[in-house]
Design a protein around this ligand. Sequence first.
Ligand code: G6P
Length: 606
Amino acid sequence: MCGIVAYVGPKDAGPILLEGLQRLEYRGYDSAGVVISNKGLKMRKVKGRVADLAAAVPARFKGTLGIGHTRWATHGAPSDVNAHPHLSADERIAVVHNGIIENADELRAKLEADGVVFLSETDTEVLSHLIARTVEETESLEEAVRLALKRIVGTYGIAVIDAQRPGEVVVARNGSPIVLGIGEKEMFAASDVSALVRYTRQVVHLEDGELAVLKADGFHTFASDARETAKEPLTVDWDAGHYDTGGYEHYLLKEISEQPDTVARTLRGRLDDRFHIAHLGGLNMDARETRSFRRVKIIGCGSAYYSGQIGAQLIEELARIPADAEPASEFRYRSPVVEPDTLYVAISQSGETYDTLAAVQELKRKGGRVLGIVNTVGSAIARECDGGLYLHAGPEVSVASTKAFTSTAVAFALLALHLGRVRDLSPADGRRICEGLRRLPEQIKEILALEPQIKELAHKYADSPSMMFVGRVRGYPVAREGAQKLKEISYVHAEAYPASELKHGPLALIGPEMPTVAIVPDDELLDKNLTTLGEIRARGGRVLMVGHRTADPKLADDCVVVPKNETELDPILLSIPLQLLAYHAAVALERDVDKPRNLAKSVTVE
Ligand code: G6P
């Protein structure tokens, strides 16, 4: 979604802002702009890519203070005029904004009645006019920004500069992330650490309601009541190399290929071979508390939700605690009953998904105990939770989630092992799961070696107008995520169904033009799954089977055979060929693989 970068220091701000915006491109956007302060504000903004903006910024745009933005249209179509920054009428104040101002229409009408002329259709422009109106009378830009924000209802991450105060940037956050980057006699801010890591690893996350004033020699943060707050900088361990394609054609393929490593990182230091348990210190719960839960409720959005379904299955199987997953976006709106003996688990790669964050906040308000399974250290969801596990999968750049999905499923296996071993899971089963987890990285390598075969299959099936994905029990979330990957990046319609439900409706769709991807692990349901394949074939449907053995050609046209692990852990491995299938289908159809249309990496609005 929208991205923000800001710089103040001794260097030329333009190239730093453009580089930062380029790093934010992966989040999804439709227009971009920068403003630089140097004896007045110099601004350029364009509909299109950051490269178009860079071409439009004249060489004479020099200055050591500036802000930049990539916009994802909400109020008003993508256009040069609606792109950020937005200036006040006297061109003194410039604002970039992520989020949504809900009372923008009302504020706009009031300002227009006072004679203010609006240039854009955006909600953001009200902010630049509101700040400009008070900045004359206030002692500081910070105070003018605070007064303007008091009148705003909605969410924001903003950066503001004032032509008459050329040494400072004011940033503020409410529901939309802002991270400060601390340099040597220079300060940065951005909506995402990816824009900062080239310059600094020392960061500070703003909390909701906080505002910060940045100058070249440092920063001050304030709560909404203007009291100064104390912040401890955090060192991020992601570096700029994580944000390069590293020789791969797309980030997506790079991230799929990284999975032997990223899974090893999620497991590192967490398996105990003596007692066959998982060490999860970040949960902040002793054994007695861990035993006290009678239910587990998992929430997340998109792929995070599907990995949560794998997680629920793992927890039920290994810990024998009833568990289920629900989209956080639904959960938060249905006034959920929050029970003291339920353990809530929130999942998020970015740690910033607004729906997930709002669901966690609702749970906390009602006294719920919430753990986070999060990839981004120090992110809003991680901070909001009572404890949790970080994935340590490194930054995920491609919009479609792959390595974070897999690492989340692995993190759930660790959590299930932990919950199981303080309950009834035997040491022998604990050992079996520990050993299975250790085998995963090598087995993922074996699956990645199947890429040429999967590529060929992707070419064979990519021109289907629609595809069905089916799986039973453990295989069902795998099918759902497989269908999600395919539709997200290749735009081929795909539906996922429990294989058991096929005969209750969707079988009517099956025919030669609707192939089925069937997840068929070697488990207690194998025979039932093979019967389903027979039913599909009898209706003239083509079948691509993903499982642990090749099937009779009467049952499947094609088979992808993956290595077998422990039955409970098999869904983790079965998901990986489906990532490669979606990737190669998208490439065959010449899609914008890393930035699929209409989607954003991190959805920080409702
Ligand atoms: C967006 C992305 C999905 C992602 C979901 C949740 O919709 O396009 O790929 O799964 O957000 O993101 P999170 O960062 O919370 O895991």
